[in-house]
Write a protein that binds this ligand. Structure first.
Ligand SMILES: NC(=O)c1ccc[n+]([C@@H]2O[C@H](COP(=O)([O-])OP(=O)(O)OC[C@H]3O[C@@H](n4cnc5c(N)ncnc54)[C@H](OP(=O)(O)O)[C@@H]3O)[C@@H](O)[C@H]2O)c1
Length: 317
């Protein structure tokens, strides 16, 4: 049986993404096949589509993903949907379960159906919509992993989020706030009210105030946009301060420095489950800029490329 899928044959601008017919995946081993209800088009997908990687990662990324185009032509890592087929070794999930989660390096979420290892998926309770469950995945797992599991933000700490309106940033603001931190967040002029709604105690218009003029010090600086490097972050930090560089270069990633946190965020089922719990208990409000049909996915890629996406953009197959 065939399905519709968004495919990328060669790296390039948003227009290289096209809808094609592909064989529907089957469930083998402990995989399940999910009928995708909503999937986000995020900065990671756009980086791969455009072969636009942080400095130093270009060659290793092409070796891993494909030289001229992605070997796995169907991109997309964050999805929600319904299980329609289970592999012979599945133990936890059943046909009909509503689930959400992040696929691994095989990607494949920008399609009508995708096969995912069951251990990567969390069940979605009835009160959480498909859109909300998909919207929190990419930015939420990243923010939760960096702030809670790596920087270990504590109540009363001062946290600065640079780029507070993006997918990672809006979750960082909400998660830091819910952990009892005093949150300062930066964004463009049009996103100041959003930052306040998300719970930032102090909002900064990045077009009017330089980072070096901010009244720190901060215990945690979370740079979600690549605005800082360890040298420019240091003057903003308190004596025990840590800086998180979500868009670190290869050199920043492999150079171990005590107060600098880099790396690839976790995306496992526990993180996903914690985000779903956050939606239910009201500490996490999904921010969705737009939901488009799958055949308009090139528009979603173009919006991500603008660098001014607000929260998440979803596609529905
Ligand atoms: N290490 C990891 O595991 C990991 C995981 C996920 C993402 N990332 C990386 O994290 C970064 C952010 O991802 P994302 O998905 O949150 O991106 P996004 O949703 O596209 O958000 C980008 C945000 O950046 C802000 N921005 C644009 N230009 C800026 C500038 N010059 N100075 C300050 N802010 C600016 C924009 O807000 P305004 O329009 O309000 O300025 C926008 O809201 C990407 O580089 C991504 O690759 C890393």
């Amino acid at each position: 049986m065939d399905m519709n899928a968004a495919v990328v044959d060669a790296y390039g601008p948003p227009e290289v993404v096209r809808i094609d017919r592909r064989p529907r995946p089957r469930a083998t081993g402990s995989d399940v096949v999910v009928e995708v209800a909503a999937a986000s088009v995020n900065s990671g997908d756009a980086r791969i589509r455009g072969a636009r990687f942080p400095a130093g990662f270009g060659v290793p990324a092409r070796l891993a993903l494909g030289l001229r185009g992605p070997r796995r032509a169907v991109l997309g890592v964050a999805l929600s949907g319904r299980v329609i087929e289970v592999g012979p070794k599945t133990t936890a999930l059943r046909i009909g379960d509503r689930v959400s989660g992040m696929t691994d390096m095989r990607m494949g979420a920008h399609a009508e159906y995708t096969a995912v290892p069951e251990q990567r998926l969390a069940r979605i309770p009835d009160e959480v919509s498909d859109e909300d469950a998909a919207a929190v995945l990419f930015g939420g797992t990243t923010a939760l992993w960096f702030l809670r599991d790596r920087a270990r933000v504590r109540p009363g700490e001062r946290v600065l989020v640079i780029g507070g309106a993006g997918a990672v940033g809006n979750h960082a603001v909400q998660i830091a706030r819910s952990r009892g931190a005093e949150v300062t967040a930066t964004a463009g002029s049009g996103n100041q009210a959003l930052l306040a709604r998300l719970g930032a105690h102090h909002t900064v218009d990045r077009t009017a105030v330089r980072l070096s003029d901010l009244p720190g010090p901060y215990d945690v600086v979370f740079d979600t946009v690549g605005a800082l490097h360890p040298g420019t972050a240091a003057p903003l930090l308190s004596p025990n301060g840590r800086v998180i560089l979500a868009a670190a270069t290869l050199a920043e990633t492999i150079t171990k420095r005590a107060r600098v946190i880099t790396g690839t965020a976790g995306a496992g089922r526990e993180l996903v489950g914690d985000l779903i719990d956050g939606i239910i208990d009201g500490t996490l409000t999904p921010v969705i800029e737009a939901t488009l049909p799958l055949d308009r996915i090139a528009e979603a890629h173009a919006r991500v490329d603008s660098g001014h996406k607000v929260g998440s953009i979803l596609v529905r197959p």
